[in-house]
Design a protein around this ligand. Structure first.
Ligand code: C2E
Ligand code: CA
Ligand code: CA
Length: 568
């Protein structure tokens, strides 16, 4: 694949950030140390590895059976010049090796060479003859079903002009829930047997299926045809039968396993004419089903509008950074005992040219999904550190207050996070002890072991660490005591119960005691009235934040309402 006239590395990078997430081919990026820096949703589907399991780890420990030699790719300043390797073997998460062809380039970034590009599993007949000898069979060995490559080529035929006249094509993508847990608790051999059983059960309920295939990992694909809504009916009925069949306990050796699956259905309506788009719509529907627990979702007009909406947001968010449309507001953090402001939390806002001030819930998820949160997050950090440095520099008696900055899970996953924080502290001259990084409980627990390493490294820089929105996720207490945390922020939903429900109060009291036992200071979020404050005071809660004291305000207003915001 040739990527048009991309000449500069920076242009290439900009082009990639958003697109790779939705690109219908697997995208891989490996930094100079051999660590995986990017891995898109398509790569997850094709090779089984979840992004969180590979990004930040050595490629040879996960996806590559052998290191990729930069010399073989040829280092260029322009991706266009690189010939790319004939093929690359990728290790699937299930253990087998998948031969791929594609376009990997090594590009120079400063003194280092970064490898990045796209990968396609090799299928017989693909390529221009050069790749033919690397082509592998079209049948999945484990299940005996056609593999993804065959499914795709058949789907292209079905959607071609001659065949398509006979009606609608519906694609069903079925992804097992929690299969990774089954695989790691039972071992790969039993995991493989489970997949073979699943294939049998799907065959058993697929009487009217046009094509059934294993997509890779724990994903299966089915395709149906029919006119006048028949394809959709068949696909939906198959999805329900498949889930019911999988819910029957599986007897494997001494263990009984209960399976569940999330299913996405997509149709070649709404002007969808290419197979790649149809598959990625089925994927979006499947993720929607997984996210909302509905079991089955059909990609429809509302999902299409939502996707378009997200893409528009993503597109304008790209330019928001350049056009300086992003702003920070600051909310005071108050010490309950002395009623003094000891710091501020930085909260992002988007001053949209048409929509006015946009709240973070409307764009942070898009920024996270597209990867834009990396440059945006770095901007927030730098802006907040610089602001605090300025305020503290003006305080009569030297440095006084601290700033709390929110980090997303995506930033914690970023292999460059430690260097980014270190560089920003050095550039702004803010002593690290005046910076608190907040990470939500659910982000920490997504991959607790990996987060632990990152937190330890951040802690070594001298910054403080807070667990945010505590109580909304599921924390393993054994983990909590290992994290090098300084602060615990009790979520607003718990603070709301104070003075209203005894049970709620008991929970808040217990959380405060627990945090103190672990040596953490406690911040109560969203304190709106004095009743809540008094209960918190009686529980010995250390700090509070909320509309009772101040709403988040622009830097200039915080300054005028609090004098120098931070006073001793
Ligand atoms: P958060 O970190 O839990 O921030 C606290 C949120 O509660 C803020 O919403 C704040 O305006 C709101 N809040 C504070 N006091 C009260 C109160 O007394 N009552 C009520 N009802 N609300 C109160 P905001 O600014 O809309 O931010 C929402 C979320 O967006 C934040 O939740 C945080 O998760 C995320 N966010 C904000 N800025 C950033 C950022 O720079 N980076 C990242 N990754 N996430 C950010
Ligand atoms: Ca926060
Ligand atoms: Ca919070």
């Amino acid at each position: 694949m040739v990527l048009g006239a991309v000449t500069a590395v920076s242009e290439w990078r900009d082009l990639c950030t958003g697109f790779v997430q939705r690109w219908p081919e697997a995208y891989l990026e490996i930094d100079a140390d051999g660590v995986v820096a990017e891995w898109n949703p398509r790569a997850e589907v094709l090779f089984g590895w979840r992004r969180a399991d590979v990004v930040g780890r050595l490629a040879v420990e996960t996806i590559l059976p052998e290191p990729l030699a930069v010399e073989h790719l040829g280092v260029t300043d322009s991706p266009e010049d690189s010939p790319g390797p004939p093929h690359v073997d990728v290790r699937h998460s299930a253990g087998h090796v998948v031969a791929t062809e594609g376009s990997l380039f090594a590009t120079r970034e400063g003194p280092d060479s970064v490898i990045r590009g796209f990968l396609r599993p090799v299928s017989a007949g693909s390529g221009d003859g050069l790749f033919r000898k690397a082509a592998r069979t079209q049948v999945d060995e484990l299940t005996g079903l056609p593999n993804r490559a065959q499914f795709e080529s058949r789907l292209i035929d079905l959607m071609s002009a001659d065949e398509c006249t006979s009606g609608t094509v519906a694609v069903v993508l079925l992804d097992l829930d929690r299969f990774k847990a089954i695989n790691s608790s039972l071992g790969h051999d039993l995991g493989d047997r489970v997949l073979a059983f699943v294939a049998d059960r799907l065959r058993g309920v697929g009487e009217d299926v046009t094509l059934l295939a294993r997509s890779g990992g724990d994903e299966f694909l089915a395709c149906f045809r029919g006119s006048g809504g028949v394809a959709e009916e068949r696909a939906s009925a198959f999805a329900e039968r498949a889930r019911a069949a999988l819910a029957e306990p599986l007897d494997i050796g001494a263990t009984e396993i209960f399976l569940d699956a999330s299913v996405g259905v997509a149709l070649n309506t709404f002007g969808v004419t290419d197979a790649g788009r149809l598959l990625s719509n089925a994927e979006s529907a499947m993720y929607e089903a997984k996210g909302n627990g509905a079991g089955v979702e059909t990609f429809g007009e509302s999902m299409r509008i939502e996707l378009m909406d997200r893409m528009t947001t993503e597109h304008s968010l790209h330019r928001a950074l350049e056009r300086r449309e992003l702003k920070l507001h600051y909310q005071p953090v108050v010490e309950i005992a002395g009623s003094t402001t000891i710091g501020v939390e930085a909260l992002i806002r988007w001053q949209h040219p048409d929509q006015g001030l946009v709240a973070p819930y409307r764009f942070i998820p898009v920024a996270e999904e597209s990867g834009l949160i990396i440059p945006i997050g770095a901007w927030v950090l730098e802006q907040a550190c610089q602001q605090l440095r300025d305020w503290n520099g003006r305080a009569a008696n030297g440095l006084q207050g601290s700033v709390e900055v929110n980090l997303s899970a995506r930033q914690i996953d970023d292999p460059r996070i430690i260097a980014t924080v270190e560089e920003i502290l050095a550039r702004t001259g803010l002593p690290p002890c005046y910076l608190t990084l907040e990470i939500t409980e659910s982000a920490l627990m997504q991959d607790a072991a990996a987060a632990l390493d990152v937190l330890r490294a951040l802690k070594e820089l001298g910054v403080l660490l807070a667990i945010d929105d505590f109580g909304t996720g599921y924390s393993s207490l054994s983990y909590l005591q290992h994290f090098p945390l300084d602060l615990l922020k009790v979520d607003r939903s718990f603070v709301e119960t104070l003075g209203v429900s005894t049970e709620g109060e008991q929970i808040v009291g217990a959380v405060i005691d627990l945090a103190h036992a672990l040596g953490l200071q406690v911040v109560a979020e969203g304190v709106e009235n004095t009743d809540q404050l008094e209960v918190l005071r009686s529980f010995g809660c250390d700090l509070a934040q909320g509309f009772l004291f101040a709403r988040p305000l622009p830097a200039e207003e915080i300054l005028s309402s609090f004098g120098l915001p931070i006073s001793a």
